[in-house]
Design a protein. Structure first.
Ligand code: SF4
Ligand code: SF4
Length: 433
């Protein structure tokens, strides 16, 4: 813990804090400020709390009290970073603050077991996640999900987890052999399957591979890859995130590819931030930079490399819901919209507040179900106002949260990833609606 305190008191951290000029222009973009209406639940208020810790002005009780409460309530959506005229790197400020809260906390036994199981025993192992997805598919197929939801008997955190299980189809691609390019070959890319994405949203990954192939790319999927570590960083377990990062770097840098493609905004941001995560590791710092330089979000990559535009007509009114980590973290917001506009027949309608989080935010919707529920309600009201029948997004957590949101709001809409829309258009062009 003393290392984290040292980091918060370091000159580098204080320089980052000093970039905040207290103008308050970020307040209106902050979902938790919207929910609570209090300064301490705004970016400016949280930065003031970080400064107080950095100055040594908070007692241990205050750090464990107000500081922990307001830091934990932050979604880490980074909408404040985009809104800030002074270039405050809020994400870089938040990470050690969260680590400090996490190190000082004494989680309950049940939470420790759940975290150990989820973060250490499940997420790094795609095979185990697929077994879980198969069991949950059975739970859905036998009507148990319907019954459990109807009886409404689960405690709040379990209920929050259950609510985001999407309709499951536990059929998976065999990634052992490279998937060859279709048509003129443009190069070779490596594909990041993600952990939850592969187990719970397998059709998105299958569509990603097909769309990349159609655009002339051979797709290889390194078997030794693992979870990106975003969820571990999110809950302050930075050391576990570093270990996963090292494994991914070893797995992907062994391949000769033009790009490392990721289709989940949150995972992509975590991968692009490996140089920051491993800056203090002399063995991996340079490799982390080389790795991150090759990582491209699939929207980013396809917007530059859509060698075969889709021609199949898809008549629908659609809205695109940004992943915060893609929009604010990776600054990728134009590309998915450009790709969707390339689909004949698709009418794209913007939500009123496209920069707003949906409440998924890593594991926030499970850890803070009440606040996440309020943030989701605001997002779904915005989506409903567009009249869209297709809700399109680009991140695992957002996808699952929006499926739950559509059901909760009683909307007649389907949730899809951008690559699924492109894939559908390609299918239709071949006369296969
Ligand atoms: S974070 Fe940026 S926008 Fe918010 S108060 Fe500070 S300087 Fe202003
Ligand atoms: S990251 Fe999101 S929730 Fe946290 S302070 Fe910034 S805008 Fe608010």
């Amino acid at each position: 813990m003393s290392q984290v305190i040292e980091l918060l008191r370091s000159g580098e951290y204080r320089t980052k804090l000093d970039q905040c000029i207290h103008c308050g222009l970020c307040l209106q973009s902050c979902p938790t400020y919207d929910v609570f209406g209090t300064e301490m639940d705004s970016p400016r208020g949280r930065i003031a709390l970080m400064r107080a810790v950095s100055d040594g002005r908070l007692t241990d009780e205050q750090i464990d009290g107000a500081f922990a409460t307001h830091i934990t309530r932050c979604l880490a959506c980074r909408a404040c970073e985009t809104a800030c005229p002074s270039g405050v790197q809020y994400g870089a400020l938040l990470e050690p603050a969260r680590e400090l809260v996490e190190h000082r906390r004494a989680p309950s036994r049940a939470e420790r077991v759940l975290r150990w199981f989820g973060l250490q025993q499940l997420m790094p192992y795609r095979g185990r996640l697929k077994l879980l997805a198969a069991a949950l598919w059975l739970y859905q197929a036998l009507g148990l999900q319907w019954l459990i939801r109807r009886l409404d008997i689960l405690p709040s955190h379990l209920k929050a987890m259950e609510a985001i299980i999407p309709p499951l189809t536990p059929r998976y691609l065999d990634y052992r052999a490279p998937a060859p390019a279709l048509g003129p070959a443009r190069g070779r890319v490596a594909f990041v399957t993600g952990c939850i994405q592969e187990a719970f949203l397998a059709p998105v990954n299958q569509a990603t591979v097909r769309v990349l192939r159609r655009n002339g790319y051979e797709v290889i999927t390194p078997a030794a890859q693992t979870c990106c570590g975003a969820a571990h960083t999110h809950v302050g377990d930075v050391e576990a995130a570093r270990n996963l990062a090292r494994r991914n770097i070893d797995a992907f840098l062994a391949e000769d590819v033009v790009a490392i493609i990721v289709n989940a905004g949150g995972c992509g941001l975590a991968l692009k931030e490996y140089p920051h995560l491993l800056a203090g590791d002399p063995r991996y710092a340079d490799q982390a930079r080389r790795f991150a330089a090759k990582v491209r979000d699939v929207n980013e990559f396809l917007a530059d490399n859509l060698h075969r535009p889709p021609h199949g007509e898809l008549r629908a009114r659609a809205t695109y819901v940004d992943s915060c980590h893609l929009r604010h973290g990776q600054r990728v917001s134009r590309q998915p919209r450009d790709l969707l506009r390339a689909v004949p027949g698709l009418e794209l309608v913007e939500v009123r507040q496209p920069d707003r989080c949906c409440g998924s935010a890593g594991v926030y919707n499970i850890a803070q179900p009440d606040i996440a529920g309020q943030v989701l309600d605001a997002k779904m009201a915005d989506v409903a106002a567009t009249g869209a029948t297709l809700v399109i997004t680009t991140n695992t957590g957002c996808h699952m949260q929006l499926v739950a949101g559509v059901r909760k709001a009683g909307l007649k809409a389907q949730v899809m990833h951008v690559v699924e829309v492109l894939d559908e258009s390609y299918r239709r062009e071949q006369g296969r609606p």
